[in-house]
Design a protein around this ligand. Structure first.
Ligand SMILES: *[C@@H]1O[C@H](CO)[C@@H](O)[C@H](O)[C@H]1NC(C)=O
Ligand SMILES: *[C@@H]1O[C@H](CO)[C@@H](O)[C@H](O)[C@H]1NC(C)=O
Ligand SMILES: *[C@@H]1O[C@H](CO)[C@@H](O)[C@H](O)[C@H]1NC(C)=O
Ligand SMILES: *[C@@H]1O[C@H](CO)[C@@H](O)[C@H](O)[C@H]1NC(C)=O
Length: 495
């Protein structure tokens, strides 16, 4: 174990004990915790636990009569996953619950999947359902304690997956457990925002609630001061796909069309789309093993958009979904990625760095780029500079592609220019054919390189032999992978 790792673990321990201190100050939680732990009279659970079998079949488990677990087919040598739904508008079990359960069962095989059914409490006004979330957390904690007592089933073999309000419910289960052992993992799928945003760690899902907590934020778009999903980081790893705001293919602009087409269900579908994308991304990680989405640590989404965050050193990147690397981290890490609008969601991330030298006129160009690798060729990618190009400055862009190009070999660049430039040049040529201007408008490309986030490899591009790196308006200019000796300084500079 490296020194860094040990330090990191120490930091984590500090962080966790700090969390406990905070909890100690909250007398309400404390007495309630004690009541759960010391309870001897039969515990009355307000939630129903159903062991998932197949399709939409479940077997109801009575936490007081644990032999019902065995008769339902619970196997205590296997891990336990507990899925908890959120607030319910219609009082029905959402279809995603079974889709997730089936994906877990089909891909992990030796696993017990239990569904928490708290629909009767969840089908209330939202603030009342929020209050019930604690009760349901207690029910889950009680189930885990019973398993521990009667089967010596270790709590750390449990993985709670909660959606929306169910994410905080899972967190409450972790904090009610107390004891020396913690729940192994809690995954929060777009944890609910209203009444949780900005609350203290004991009043929402937090990294203190399990050994490892990961969260996917997919619908934090703020409307009239509130957002459906929580914006703040509440886990060890917080993933913000596409910024976490809302998701591609769920465009809010389509809302009127959806309503016209499907009535109010259309409205519901549009709102649910981004919120439930968190579930679909998680399911995607189980179904498409060869297309695991990678996310990168970044300060915020606009920095990520500039392509400056595709670094994997020191655990700065991680895999989204079930197969996340459970590495020890001190504080919450925010990770960003772009995704497709449908399954498989994976996109490949590239950072383009381009430098312009000897630029005399300040210009505002737009470029079209295409890349070719050993496996595939990309489509054309348009890049627009948001600021004027300055002398010898390096510009960085994020490019995402839905396919893996293999080793990059070739880069084609076209300066779209503005019509202004083109017209002006033509006019100058017509009026003063002998050349009143010393030169055509030119972009001189300095260093140009592309780094693939997924492989962490940087490729430098050079103009072809005996060619200078000048680019004229509307001219296709091809750059090829630099020869090894010229690649070296490029690598040293950027990695
Ligand atoms: C407990 O919380 C109150 C405010 O809610 C604060 O004034 C007090 O200092 C805290 N006590 C400890 C021991 O942290
Ligand atoms: C429990 O699962 C294990 C595999 O993890 C299997 O070997 C064992 O036979 C199962 N027990 C029962 C009673 O099905
Ligand atoms: C840039 O300008 C300097 C002097 O102004 C010149 O020496 C150099 O060759 C130019 N570089 C390119 C790539 O045109
Ligand atoms: C820009 O870079 C070129 C080549 O590296 C150099 O000749 C020129 O002096 C630089 N210009 C400025 C303003 O730094």
């Amino acid at each position: 174990m490296s020194v860094a790792k040990i330090l990191c673990c120490l930091l984590l321990t500090c962080h966790l004990s700090e969390g406990k201190k905070l909890k100690g100050n909250r007398t309400v939680v404390d007495t309630e915790q004690r009541r759960v732990l010391k309870v001897k009279q039969p515990y009355v659970s307000s939630s129903i636990f159903r062991l998932f079998l197949e399709g939409e079949d479940t077997c109801t488990v009575d936490p007081l009569q644990l032999h019902t677990l065995t008769s339902c087919g619970f196997n205590s040598s296997n891990p336990l996953i507990i899925i908890t739904h959120g607030w319910s508008v219609n009082g029905m079990m959402s279809s995603w619950v079974f889709r997730l359960a089936r994906a877990l069962k089909a891909n992990l095989i030796d696993v017990n999947v239990v569904v928490t059914d708290w629909l009767s409490l969840a089908h209330q006004h939202y603030p009342i359902a929020v209050q019930s979330a604690r009760t349901v957390g207690k029910d889950i904690a009680h189930l885990l304690q019973s398993l521990q007592a009667q089967y010596q089933y270790p709590v750390r073999k449990a993985h709670l997956i909660g959606f929306s309000l169910g994410a905080h419910t899972s967190g409450f289960a972790g904090s009610y457990l107390g004891g020396s052992e913690k729940i192994g993992r809690i995954t929060g799928l777009d944890p609910a925002g209203p009444l949780f945003e900005g609350m203290s760690p004991t009043d929402r899902l937090s990294p203190d609630d399990a050994e490892f907590v990961d969260v996917i934020h997919t619908f934090t778009h703020e409307r009239m001061g509130f957002s459906v999903g929580i914006k703040q980081a509440v886990a060890h790893y917080d993933f913000y796909p596409n910024g976490g705001d809302f998701q591609p293919g769920c465009d809010l602009q389509n809302i009127y069309e959806h309503v016209a087409q499907y009535g109010l269900i259309g409205f519901e579908q549009t709102v649910k789309c981004s919120h439930e994308r968190s579930v679909n991304l998680f399911i995607d990680s189980l179904l498409n093993k060869d297309k695991q989405s990678v996310a990168y640590r970044c300060s915020d989404n606009s920095a990520f958009d500039k392509g400056v965050c595709l670094d994997c050193r020191k655990n700065r990147c991680n895999t989204l979904g079930y197969n996340i690397k459970k590495v020890c981290v001190g504080t919450s890490k925010r990770l960003y990625l772009r995704t497709r609008s449908r399954m498989p969601y994976k996109l490949y991330h590239y950072q383009l760095r381009i430098q312009f030298i000897n630029q005399t006129e300040t210009i505002e160009p737009s470029l079209t780029i295409s890349l070719a690798g050993t496996k595939e060729e990309s489509r054309e990618i348009h890049i627009t500079f948001t600021e004027m190009i300055a002398v010898n400055r390096t510009y960085t862009f994020l490019i995402t592609l839905d396919r893996d190009l293999g080793d990059l070999m070739l880069l084609k660049l076209r300066w779209e220019g503005s019509n202004l430039w083109k017209n002006m040049w033509n006019r100058v040529q017509t009026i003063i054919p002998w050349g009143g201007w010393k030169r055509k408008p030119l972009l001189t490309v300095g260093k140009i390189s592309v780094k693939a986030g997924e492989t962490q490899e940087r490729t430098c591009f050079c103009a072809m032999e005996n060619d200078v790196q000048h680019v004229e308006v509307l001219q296709d200019k091809v750059f090829v992978r630099c020869k090894e000796e010229t690649t070296k300084p490029c690598r040293r500079r950027h990695s």
